[in-house]
Design a protein around this ligand. Structure first.
Ligand SMILES: *Cc1c(COP(=O)(O)O)cnc(C)c1O
Length: 379
């Protein structure tokens, strides 16, 4: 083979083609040891001491995620939240950070308390507006800009390349929660971002059967060193079995997310002009506010997440969710099964989700079945 870089599909399908050298197995074993033998001369030549910091069960999943994102290094965490919060815990009191008004709800809640308790100045802005970002950056004080794109639950788009340029001009790092976009559709590091975060619970694993998170970095700077310490010392580490399952899920990531995105696009178009639907929010719709920016930075699809705002308000939305048969009423996203959720009920007061919004995670069922089920639920 020549040395041209492998296509992401090939990286994923073989999980980088690693084999277990000891047995020649093409599927890795599950390493469960918590501790490693010290050499008689008191050295640790294996490079591994204790599994909170050095678990070989993480190596393959981290290498695959790193390769898909084009990063320098990836780290697995016990959850998406553990990965995201590590980026903020690595900051120092007095640091200023900018976060979006529209973002993953649990992280926003945590940040409000964390910022106050730990002396980190957390400021929420309209992250879809390059002007708002530039106005809010404080050169020398802003350490981190956190972006989520497409952002829960309105699927708002932030132009990553532009945000990276603005953040860097002010001396700040740009971190992107790319859970919804996945590395199949967007590669934030290539667009200038410094960090990528994934709730691997969602598309990377893709089967709704484990909680995991990942961070990928472009460079090994001071902030990343502190992130590594947060993981190994505070210990938000993933279990070995979960890491092994994650590799299995990653093998089919490109196929799964392309199928979900193709169905999401069809569902969005189908319901965009539906009499029972006030509005469809989906980055793939030409009339969507962030469509142009999404088209610039998302290649091959706009993801599997969309929201439908139902005519008749909150009661009509909840009634429609009550009538689905094939779609499952549940939170989360990125699994093979399609999920529907009245988002305002979950997020409570202060949510940016309109009361009539139903969030849809499109799975791998046949798309006409999904459309027919929504049709009867809305009727
Ligand atoms: C689910 C999710 C998270 C949090 O991940 P967990 O694994 O549930 O902790 C963060 N960001 C986004 C966009 C998510 O969907």
């Amino acid at each position: 083979m020549d040395s041209r870089p492998l296509h992401p599909d090939s990286i994923a399908a073989q999980a980088l083609g690693w084999i277990d050298e000891a047995t020649r197995a093409v599927i890795p074993p599950i390493h469960v040891s918590t501790t490693y033998l010290r050499d008689p001369d008191n050295q640790y030549r294996s490079g591994r001491v204790y599994a909170r910091a050095d678990n070989p069960a993480f190596d393959q999943a981290e290498a695959v995620i790193n390769a898909l994102e084009g990063g320098r290094e990836a780290l697995l965490f016990a959850s998406g939240m553990a990965a995201a919060t590590a980026c903020f815990q690595a900051l120092r009191p007095g640091d200023h950070v900018l976060v979006p008004q529209v973002m993953y709800w649990s992280l926003r809640n945590w940040l409000a308390a964390f910022g106050a308790d730990w002396g980190v100045d957390v400021e929420s802005i309209d992250m879809t507006s390059p002007a708002a970002l530039r106005a809010a950056l404080r050169p020398g004080r802003t350490r981190l800009v956190w972006v989520e794109t497409p952002a829960n639950p309105l699927w708002s788009i932030t132009d990553i390349a532009d945000a990276a340029a603005a953040a860097h001009a002010a001396g700040a790092l740009l971190a992107v929660d790319s859970t919804v976009a996945t590395p199949v559709f967007t590669r934030p590091l290539a667009l200038g971002a410094d960090l990528v975060m994934h709730a691997a619970t969602k598309y990377l694993n893709g089967h709704s059967d484990l909680i995991a998170g990942a961070l990928v970095t472009r460079a090994d700077g001071e902030h990343w060193q502190r992130v590594r310490k947060v993981r190994s010392q505070i210990g938000g580490t993933l279990g070995s079995f979960e890491a092994w399952l994650l590799v299995r899920g990653l093998r089919t990531l490109p196929l799964r997310v392309r199928a979900a995105a193709a169905s999401a696009q069809r569902i969005a178009l189908h319901f965009a002009a539906h009499p029972r639907v006030r509005e469809v929010l989906y980055p793939g719709l030409p009339g969507f506010a962030g469509h142009a920016a999404a088209a610039r930075q998302m290649q091959g699809g706009f993801g599997g997440m969309l929201s439908i705002c139902v005519t008749g308000g909150e009661a009509a939305a909840i009634a429609a969710a009550a009538k689905v048969r094939l779609w499952k009423r549940a939170t989360s996203l990125g699994g093979t099964e399609s999920l529907i959720e009245h988002r305002a009920s979950v997020e409570g007061p202060g949510t940016p989700a309109p009361a009539d919004l139903l969030r849809l995670s499109v799975g791998l069922e046949q798309v006409d079945d999904l459309i027919a089920d929504l049709e009867q639920a809305l009727a």
